[in-house]
Design a protein around this ligand. Structure first.
Ligand code: ASP
Length: 326
């Protein structure tokens, strides 16, 4: 039984805030990413290939906060994080703060497969991508007007305390010509991370997560996404990809905690994931959710926010695409 789940971020996604047309756009993008991964699994591909392909599809879509469409840092840059992990052999790769590589998840895979390391930061991670011929993009590629507007809004409202050290590159000016993508009125101003988890026909599990982080984040801030065990985890029992306020997920070691609850307490995937999201993260302000799959192909998609862009499909079953709490 192969199985796949994906997410496009969790947060304040009220039903009234998305127009029917915008909702259709999100659903179509989720459906396309799900089909990409599902078709690979159906054709016998490894879980790792399926999660990478699904995440790439979401990174290339400007609706989501990863790759093209990544949120802006306080300084007006994009600093992207990504990680993936292969469960049966516990191999993992991750990048932080990358600025140019079109698909950060591909750079994470390079770290896993072509280096002795697990986590590589900017600028070395972008250089590794260049060395292995991954497409790099100019700053303009990652620009979307709606993310730029979200930064301006966050700056106006002073949503974060910020430092003003000198040691930073010059801020990026907005484009003279707005790009062709017309951003949706996204109230989900700081989220939209993407991720995928899969079980393949051999019973192997894998997880992948990619993000621009949080709007208005400090220069060089690193979230939970690229930290193995916090935002991304896979072993022989389960594969997890998280989304939400990264600092809380880091302190909770959220993804690994699901695996621990299964291993040490013998809980089911669903129960373990529910405990982490509802009982551990929610009470301390850790807003968000996760997607998870276990070795039997069970899927669970818990979140404690208003909504989570999500989709899943198990072998031979119907595709589920959802946004809000049902
Ligand atoms: N977890 C991501 C971060 O903190 C953000 C998100 O999931 O939306 O960087």
């Amino acid at each position: 039984m192969f199985a796949l789940a994906i997410h496009g971020g969790a947060g304040t996604i009220a039903r009234a805030s998305l127009s029917p047309a915008d909702e259709l756009l999100y659903r179509a993008a989720l459906d396309a990413a799900l089909s990409t991964g599902y078709n690979l699994l159906r054709d016998g591909a490894a879980a790792l290939d399926a999660v990478e392909a699904a995440v790439r599809s979401l990174e290339d879509c400007p609706l989501f906060n990863a790759g093209r469409g990544a949120v802006f840092t306080h300084d007006g840059h994009h600093e992207m994080d990504a990680a993936l992990m292969s469960g049966h052999n516990k191999l993992a790769g991750a990048v932080t703060g990358v600025r140019q590589v079109q698909n950060p998840i591909r750079a994470a895979r390079l770290v896993m497969e072509k280096t002795e390391h697990v986590l590589l930061g900017y600028p070395g991670a972008d250089e590794l991508a260049l060395e292995y011929g991954l497409p790099l993009q100019p700053t303009e590629y990652f620009f979307t007007q709606h993310r730029y507007n979200q930064l301006q809004e966050a700056l106006r409202e002073g949503r974060m305390r910020l430092d003003h050290s000198q040691a930073r590159p010059a801020p990026v000016a907005p484009l003279d010509e707005p790009d062709t993508f017309v951003g949706v009125a996204d109230p989900n101003w700081k989220k939209g991370t993407v991720g995928a988890v899969a079980r393949d026909q051999h019973g192997h599990l894998a997880a992948a997560t990619s993000t621009g982080g949080m709007t208005n984040k400090r220069y060089s801030r690193i979230g939970d996404t690229p930290l193995i065990g916090a935002g991304t985890w896979a072993d022989a029992r389960c594969a997890i990809s998280c989304t939400g306020n990264g600092e809380y997920f880091i302190r909770a070691v959220a993804a690994y905690d699901v695996a621990c609850l299964m291993e040490y307490k013998g809980l089911s995937l669903e129960e373990a994931a529910r405990i982490v999201v509802q009982d551990k993260l929610a009470p301390v302000g850790g807003e968000g959710g996760l997607i998870a799959v276990d070795a039997a192909g069970n899927i669970t998609l818990p979140f404690n926010s208003d909504g989570m862009y999500r989709a899943s499909r198990v072998e031979g079953g119907e595709a589920l695409v959802a946004i809000y709490k049902e």
